[in-house]
Design a protein. Sequence first.
Length: 202
Amino acid sequence: MKKIMLALGLLYLGTVNAADMELAKSIVKEKCHLCHGKEGEASSAVYPRLAGQNHSYLVKQLKNFRDGKRKSDIMNEMAKGLKDDQIEALAEYFSSKPALTHRIRDKDFAAVGEYLFKKGNRYSGIPACKSCHGEFGQGSDELPRLAGQHKRYIADQLLAFGARARTNDNAIMHTIASKLTEMEIEALALYVSGIKEETKEE
Ligand code: HEC
Ligand code: HEC
C-alpha cells in the first residue's frame, strides 16, 4: 500500500512539475525571452543569465522586483502582476536549465580575480567570495550562482551594491562591494564569468 501511495505521490509531483514547466514556458515566451533568452541563456551581455540560477534566489528576486524592494525600471514593470505560483514556476524553469560559461582571453587578469574570489584581500578587509558563493561560484539555494554570469552584469551589480543602489538585502554585499577598487571589480567579474560548469562540486 505504501508503495502505491508513493508511486501515486511521485506521479502527482511529476504532473505538477510538467504543468509548471508549461506555465513558465508560456510566460517566458510572452514576456522574458527577448532579454533573457528562451532558456535563460541571455545571449546579450547586458542582461543577466538566468539558466542554472538557484531556485530560492530566483523566487526572492522576482518577488522583490514585483514588490518594488529591488529597484529596476525594466524589471519592476516585468514582474508587476506576477502571481506567487507563476514566480515559483519561473524559478523552477530557469533553475533546471544548464548553466553556461564564457571563454576567457586575459588569463592573467582573471587570475587576479581568482585570487580575490578564493582568498579575499586581507589588506582592505574583503572576505573570500567563495565562503558564501561556493568554491566554484555555484552559490546555494538562497545565494546566487555567479559562475558563468556575464561580466558586465556582475560588475554593474557590484557597483550598485557599493553605492546602495541595489536596495534588497544589501547589508552584506554593500560592506564588501564598497571596499572593492575598480580593478578588483573588473577582475572578479572576469574570473567568475569564466568558471566552468564541469568543475561544479555536487
Ligand atoms: C526588456 C528586457 C527585460 C525583460 C523583457 C525581462 N528582463 Fe529580467 N532583467 C532585465 C535587466 C536589465 C535585469 C537587471 C536588473 C538590475 O540591474 O538590477 C534583469 C534581472 C532579472 C533577474 C535578476 C537576476 C539576478 O541574477 O539577480 C531575474 C530573476 C529576471 N530578470 C527575471 C525575468 C523574468 C522572469 C522576466 C519575464 C517575466 C524578465 N526578467 C523580463 C531585463 C529584462
Ligand atoms: C557573507 C556572505 C557573502 C560574501 C562573503 C560575498 N557575498 Fe555576494 N552575495 C551574498 C548574498 C546574500 C547575496 C544575495 C543578495 C540578495 O538576496 O539580493 C549576494 C549577491 C551577490 C551578487 C549579485 C548576483 C546576482 O545574480 O545579481 C554578486 C555579483 C556578488 N554577490 C558578488 C560577490 C563577490 C564578487 C564577492 C567577493 C568579493 C562576494 N559576493 C562575497 C553574500 C555574500
